[in-house]
Design a protein. Structure first.
Length: 78
């Protein structure tokens, strides 16, 4: 069975955020660094719908989980 692959920018589109490269870079710059003790879905910059999506996909270990983890890592980079 093939595992669905979502490019990183599609996660932003799924979250209802601008998904072009400059917008993604600006989002990461604005919200970095995210403290290590805060789970990504618990960050205060998400809407409740966005946080619910992130939480749900991580709990399901859905095909989005890798991209969500990638975003979490990007936001924690210094």
């Amino acid at each position: 069975m093939d595992t669905p692959h979502h490019p990183f920018h599609e996660l932003f589109a799924q979250l209802g955020l601008p998904c072009d490269g400059l917008s993604i870079a600006a989002f990461i710059k604005t919200h970095t660094p995210l403290a290590a003790d805060i789970a990504l879905p618990d960050a205060d910059f998400w809407t409740s719908a966005q946080a619910d999506f992130l939480r749900e996909k991580l709990l399901e270990d859905a095909d989005w989980a890798n991209r969500i983890d990638q975003l979490s890592e990007a936001l924690r980079a210094i």
